[in-house]
Design a protein around this ligand. Structure first.
Ligand code: MLT
Ligand code: MN
Ligand code: ZN
Length: 278
């Protein structure tokens, strides 16, 4: 299985257009918004989430470029972990390929009703809550009840899931969990045999948003790295990599002590474009 990190930043990316904080102005390697591409055979690719940056992410990744036919694309479908805009707005950018299958839990599909209504005018997408990726085995773990801000529904969750994707041909296992409010029940077993876990790295510390004037960080539903590092060190098996990193996270700076602490735990903060073969 091939895994390409198309984008590794949280909503807004880094730098964020309306932010002049120390990190956004530090001249760090830019990061686009969280999105992953996976493929069993290198020919057909599935997107895990669909970021607003998807057009540039596809054009910047040779394996995802269109061809060989004039309107052929290797992008076969999308699996969403949640209904957040940074994970779903890219579906609007892919409207030219009307009919792309999109898989997500029922709650997430309901939350996305306004966006689905728009997209269905461009060619009816196949919206489903079954998770089929040819050549790979997908399992889904509900991880959080954190709803996007724009959703008024009182429907019970799960509003966020994690994916475990296994290649039966190689035994390689990827876990993708970019939004974790807590270390969820069942997560230890879910990652037990994983080769690579892409984990929520939004915030390093629990009080980071205060530095840019809020909003309430706790309500955003992201377990800080300071908490997850302890769990990671208890699980030395898989390779751990943080993604969905917010532009407030000091670990983005390779010269920071926070970055050093992540590396010391054996985890990484891979940049956009990182590729793994599992
Ligand atoms: C999140 O991950 O918490 C959301 O994407 C925040 C947002 O951009 O609304
Ligand atoms: Mn997000
Ligand atoms: Zn900033």
């Amino acid at each position: 299985m091939r895994v390409v990190l198309l984008g590794t930043a949280a909503g807004g990316g880094c730098p964020q257009w309306n932010c002049a904080c120390a990190l956004c102005t530090a001249g760090l390697e830019p990061r686009t918004q969280d999105c992953v591409a996976v493929s069993a055979d290198g020919a057909g690719w599935y997107l895990l989430n669909c970021s607003p940056d998807i057009r540039g992410q596809i054009l910047g990744t040779p394996a995802l470029r269109a061809g060989p036919g004039p309107r052929e694309t290797p992008v076969r479908g999308v699996l969403l972990t949640d209904a957040e805009l940074d994970h779903s707005l890219g579906l609007l950018m892919l409207r030219e390929g009307g009919g792309l299958p999109v898989s997500a839990p029922e709650t997430v599909l309901n939350g996305l009703s306004p966006l689905r209504a728009i997209l269905d005018g461009y060619g009816s997408s196949a919206w489903t809550s079954t998770f089929d990726v040819p050549g790979l085995r997908v399992s889904v773990l509900p991880v959080s009840d954190k709803k996007p801000k724009y959703v008024s529904s009182t429907q019970d969750g799960p509003w966020v899931v994690a994916y475990r994707i296994e290649d039966p041909a190689t035994g390689g296992v990827l876990v993708y969990a970019p939004c974790l409010k807590s270390w969820p029940p069942g997560f230890d077993a879910f990652v037990a045999d994983a080769n690579l876990v892409l984990l929520d790295g939004t915030f390093y510390a629990p009080d980071e948003m205060a530095g840019v004037g809020g909003p309430d960080q706790l309500a955003m539903g992201h377990l800080p790295i300071t908490t997850s590092l302890a769990r990671i060190t208890a699980h030395p098996g898989p390779r751990w990599a943080f993604t969905h990193v917010n532009n407030t996270n000091p670990a983005l700076d390779p010269a920071s002590p926070e970055h050093a602490a992540v590396r010391a735990s054996g985890a990484s903060l891979p940049p956009d474009g990182t590729e793994y073969t599992l």
